[in-house]
Design a protein around this ligand. Sequence first.
Ligand SMILES: CCCCCCC/C=C/C(=O)SCCNC(=O)CCNC(=O)[C@H](O)C(C)(C)COP(=O)(O)OP(=O)(O)OC[C@H]1O[C@@H](n2cnc3c(N)ncnc32)[C@H](O)[C@@H]1OP(=O)(O)O
Length: 311
Amino acid sequence: MYSFILGNESIKMALSVSAGGRVWRKFFKTFNFGPNSALKRFPTCTANGRLYSSSSDNVLVSKDEKSGIATVRMNNPPVNSLNSAMLVSLRSCFEELENDKSCRALILTSQKPKVFCAGLDILEIYRKSPDYVAQFWEKLQDMWLSLYGSRLVTMAAINGHSPAGGCLLSLACDYRIMAEGKFTIGLNETQLDLVAPFWLRQTMVDVIGYRQAEMALMIGALYTSNKALQLGLVDKLAPIEDVQTVAEEEVKNWLKIPDQARAITKMASRKPLLDELRKRKQEDIQTFRDETTRESVQISIQQYLEKLKAK
Ligand SMILES: CCCCCCC/C=C/C(=O)SCCNC(=O)CCNC(=O)[C@H](O)C(C)(C)COP(=O)(O)OP(=O)(O)OC[C@H]1O[C@@H](n2cnc3c(N)ncnc32)[C@H](O)[C@@H]1OP(=O)(O)O
């Protein structure tokens, strides 16, 4: 049995007597597990409830107490775009589940089938002050750190389109199941005159390999589900109505592996990138702020928005 004590720059583990106690303690010391900043205490998860740590309903969580599998449903109509409030709610939710000792896995999906997540809310970076976009970017970094650095089995049940920030969320998970059909996924940032940050580019390289990632990122490619499967950008396809069930079955397979060995292995491979972002956080914020507030980029964003509205 274990519980978490959260503090600045690291998560330390308070251990009650257990055979694996020493191993866990060493593990958490070594890997600086989880998100990188001070964490608040969150209320305990409740089964089949609304989000417990947010006043809004933009993220819905239900947890099966028996299996320890939580389902996190993004609920920000019409397209689950990631605005500041969504980023804060997602981070709170991931951290809360991380700290819930009875939780072993999370499935990330959309409450509204056909769109998993439309990526960053473009309006959050259009004609906003440099300070505003800097704060917005830090919220994205923190949300990503909490998901990518999670001890839990994390599974993306991609039940619809998943461009840009939607793909970022999926790539931060351990496994991706996507709906068959006409849906698309990819990092299309260059189409908006934006450049994906190093940590996002690296996850793409890690998942689909250098050559394919380099090409996909340069041209801002959005791939159909079939092509995404072929590239390894997603791991499995399912009919849209079965995505959740298939994800639950897959998670159950993953949970046959002992948590400790699985989580240590995951952290061993993710630690370098987590540490790199923690180290270069301010530099990354500055790059984003300077790039997105450039007039030429603002004009591209405006044109992209007009294209979206005119669709
Ligand atoms: C140094 C810089 C580093 C930058 C790196 C940043 C990393 C991440 C970047 C991003 O995520 S940028 C966002 C990129 N996202 C997109 O390109 C997706 C755009 N949206 C779509 O392609 C489609 O909306 C959809 C997701 C395929 C869904 O299509 P659907 O037909 O179901 O809905 P729509 O009619 O298109 O949209 C409804 C409504 O929502 C508005 N909207 C859509 N996406 C966004 C968005 N990302 N942000 C804000 N608003 C969005 C769309 O304009 C429609 O609005 P209304 O016309 O109803 O007012």
